[in-house]
Design a protein around this ligand. Structure first.
Ligand code: ASP
Length: 322
């Protein structure tokens, strides 16, 4: 008898869960971007959110929660209600933070439900336009000679720009003066303004500035040259062993109803096959992932393997945050 009541109760719960998911969403959804507005993660999020809004019939609103290399925003979503109304759009930093931060207030693989991969964006080495070196070769030599006198901007420990700078310092065996920002948007403003020397950041934040001649560009970190910046050599052809693609993913807090995750996955796929999104991504030097990659399984696999990969790199570099 007890078992029947329990089974009935479970069935009712399951039913109400499904009915809830079918109605979802009934109000606006917030997508937390763990960096400042106007930067590359924000740019990707706003393009995707706009199409998802139309697909879901509810506003998908981007909220910027910058700070601590993306860990503040990610931490906020980890403890948000798992009702499908608070999501996180984060990048590669999701996989570096567990090693970089000795006391991270969340566990990426267990505190989040994955929805899907979005894109992988190459990075570019850029500097204020009157920075002395003109080629990557000259830049590396300049960094070696001037070390701490070179100011390098990044979006906090665990951000893509910090990682790229770390690899750059490794390869030149030098230490530059690093200046943290809450996102690469404001960092770029200071580079254009000449207050800081350089940054390595995603093409989604550097393409228009390079094309407009507002910054000096040295190389792109992709294996091949990019169609939108054809004159820019790859790091490899310019003699630097630094290849990195900044992958982005969409997450919900752990325990979110699987039917809601499925609805969000479909909506993400709609955004990534949208012609305007594809065209804008191409202008910015990137492309959406395939439909098979815009899935929870593919994002979980990426996150798992990248946590391992970056653990090795970070431990070798010996760089940690508190
Ligand atoms: N691109 C930045 C980074 O270095 C973050 C951002 O502002 O989107 O990770």
């Amino acid at each position: 008898m007890k078992k029947t009541i329990a089974t009935l109760a479970l069935a009712t719960l399951a039913l109400s869960g499904t009915a809830f998911a079918q109605a979802y969403p009934t109000k606006p959804i917030t997508v937390v971007v763990p960096f400042s507005a106007g930067g590359p993660t924000d740019t990707v999020a706003r393009l995707v959110a706009e199409v998802m809004s139309g697909d879901l019939g509810q506003q998908v609103v981007v909220q910027n929660v910058g700070g601590a290399g993306g860990t503040l925003g990610a931490g906020q979503v980890a403890t948000a209600p798992n009702d499908g109304y608070t999501l996180l759009l984060h990048h590669i930093g999701m996989s570096t933070a567990p090693t970089l931060y000795r006391s991270l207030p969340y566990v990426p693989l267990t505190d989040f439900a994955t929805i899907g991969l979005i894109t992988s964006v190459p990075m570019t080495l850029v500097a204020r336009k009157d920075f002395e070196p003109n080629t990557l070769e000259e830049l590396l030599a300049y960094i070696k000679t001037n070390g701490e006198n070179v100011t390098y901007a990044h979006a906090g420990i665990g951000s893509a720009s910090q990682l790229c700078g770390m690899l750059l310092m490794e390869s030149t065996q030098t230490v530059m003066t690093t200046v943290p920002y809450q996102g690469a948007g404001p960092a770029m403003t200071d580079i254009i303004g000449g207050q800081i020397d350089m940054i390595c950041d995603q093409t989604t934040n550097t393409t228009s500035q390079i094309q407009a001649g507002e910054v000096k560009a040295y190389a792109v970190t992709s294996p091949e040259r990019l169609a939108n910046l054809p004159d820019l050599p790859t790091t490899k052809e310019a003699g630097l062993d630094l290849e990195i693609g900044v992958w982005h993913g969409l997450y919900a807090p752990a325990g979110t109803d699987p039917a809601i995750i499925e609805r969000l996955e479909t909506s993400l796929q709609a955004a990534l096959t949208n012609e305007t999104v594809i065209a804008r991504f191409a202008e910015l030097g990137t492309a959406p992932v395939t439909a098979e990659e815009a899935t929870p399984a593919a994002l979980t696999e990426m996150l798992t393997s990248q946590i391992e990969l970056w653990r090795g790199v970070i431990e070798a570099a010996g760089v940690y945050a508190e």
